[in-house]
Ligand binder design. Structure first.
Ligand code: FAD
Length: 445
């Protein structure tokens, strides 16, 4: 009988999780990690699952979308989540960790697992015949990125993430904002937030003075930052530049007054359910608390709920709505799965979670079983649905949030907190009922 074996490329969060999940299912794994032979520019150690920046895996407050995702992962026997709880440091409602202890726990678990062979080597091209999970992250090495491009098509791999904030529709004040597309052209209306001269002046002063994120050494001088300007950079070029750029008011008369504002901020529908909107042309490098402060000055967005704040950073990710199926393998090659930030999810927990699903499906493919599409009533299922069905022309990575999960009609009348608690209960019940835990649980979790 042929040996059951999977190649996992990348020993980060998603790759170690995928390797662990395969091993728990009795499948041998060759896990390739290029560090320390080849470095990335963001990682500093040779440990597996190194956290490149913050030491927080997000909230564990049960009202929070990221907390739900982590709870689902826990139910699925996640090595990363269990290690995080073991390495936890006090941080209020956040699951923050002692980063060294955290990645050492994971490194030990992988190195001591008899089903996993860790190989410190750069993989330069996707193997032809082996069942493979690619989890090489936002800083995938150049040769492998070339190979992925060859497999998926040149235009289907992005190297930078220039994202404008995304917010929930229900939190927009529609007494101030109004729906209209410019000159009433095209289908689907935008939501517009008009500003008078005094409001614009205050906004412009705030945006040019707001604090920015420092670019990392490896991000400086990239063509990205020259061709796609952050909104604060446009603003800094003169008082009127925004009004002749992303905040152009012409053709956007408020139907209630028949007049257009001195400037207008436009919001564009971001998902099929039309409960998420992004701010058009507002890709930004401002610090996150500054984005909240300055963008809440926009009339209509005073109390807005952001599900994702803007970022501009180096980030390699697939155009997943085009190339990836909801089972996380390529349409073009069913034996090549992707996991982690490369799939277009954003964040430590989200990256790890896709590693679990990729492993479950790689194991199923090996066993000749039907692949699993996780229901979109779960946070992980909703995330994967989003990344594989969002608008491919404007696809930007996303983290877990309540806007992407399906809400049944009977929940709609509930207040926000009760609704979230019910959605959480439903999601965890779904994960439990799917019975996804391996029968042979070789190594404790
Ligand atoms: C600078 C930076 C800061 C970030 N900060 C945060 C943050 O604070 N909070 C947050 O939630 N998210 C953050 N992210 C986003 C993201 O969640 C993390 O990058 C996360 O680590 C992604 O997990 P991953 O498993 O997909 O990739 P990684 O954890 O990066 O793992 C990929 C692994 O693959 C290896 N590799 C790459 N190419 C090859 C190859 N060809 N062969 C073999 N091995 C290879 C790499 O060395 C790496 O170890 C940040 C991203 C970046 C780039």
């Amino acid at each position: 009988m042929k040996e059951k074996r999977v190649t996992v490329i990348g020993g980060g969060l998603a790759g170690t999780e995928a390797a662990w999940q395969l091993a728990r299912r009795g499948i041998k794994v060759d896990l390739y990690e290029m560090r320390p032979v080849k470095k990335t520019g963001a990682h500093h150690t040779d440990r597996l699952a190194e956290l490149v920046c913050s030491n927080s895996l997000g909230s564990f407050d049960e009202k929070n979308a990221s907390a739900l995702l982590k709870e689902e992962m826990k139910l699925l026997g996640s090595l990363v989540v269990n290690s995080a709880w073991q390495a936890k440091v006090p941080a209020g409602g956040a699951l923050a960790v002692d980063r060294e202890k955290f990645s050492q726990l994971i490194t030990d678990a992988i190195e001591n697992n008899p089903m996993i062979t860790l190989r410190r080597e750069e993989i330069k091209s996707i193997p032809e015949d082996t069942l493979t999970i690619v989890a090489t992250g936002p800083l995938t090495s150049e040769s492998l990125a070339d190979s992925i491009q060859t497999l998926t098509g040149q235009s289907q791999l992005h190297f930078f993430d220039a994202a404008a904030p995304i917010l929930t529709r229900e939190s927009i004040n529609m007494d101030v904002a109004f729906e209209k597309s410019r000159y009433d052209k095209g289908d689907g209306a935008y939501i517009n937030c008009p500003m008078n001269k005094a409001e614009y002046e205050a906004f412009w002063n705030a945006i040019i003075a707001a604090e920015k994120v420092e670019l990392k050494e490896f991000e400086k001088g990239t063509p990205f930052f020259e061709s796609c300007l952050p909104v604060e950079e446009i603003a800094s070029r003169g008082f009127n530049t925004l009004r002749f750029g992303p905040m152009k008011p012409v053709g956007l008369e408020d139907p209630r007054t028949g007049k257009h504002g001195f400037a207008v901020v436009q919001l564009r529908q971001d998902n099929a359910a039309a409960n998420l909107y992004n701010i058009v042309g507002f890709q930004t490098n401002l610090k996150w608390p500054e984005q909240k402060r300055v963008f809440s000055m926009i009339p209509g967005l005073e109390n807005v709920e952001f599900v994702r704040l803007g970022v501009m950073h180096r980030n390699t990710y697939l155009n997943s709505p085009v190339v990836l199926s909801r089972t996380l393998n390529l349409h073009a090659r069913e034996n090549v799965f992707f996991a982690g930030q490369l799939t277009g999810v954003e964040g430590y927990s989200e990256s790890t979670a896709t590693g679990i699903l990729a492993a479950i499906n790689a194991a199923r493919l090996l066993e000749g079983e039907e692949l699993l599409i996780l229901p979109e009533t779960t946070m992980l299922g909703a995330l994967v649905r989003y990344i594989t069905s969002a608008n491919p022309k404007n696809f930007q990575p996303i983290n877990s949030n309540w806007g992407i999960i399906d809400v049944p009609v009977e929940f709609e009348k509930m207040d926000k907190l009760s609704k979230r608690l019910e959605l959480r209960k439903r999601s965890l019940a779904t994960i439990t009922s799917l019975n996804l835990e391996p029968c042979l649980s070789s190594i404790g979790s």
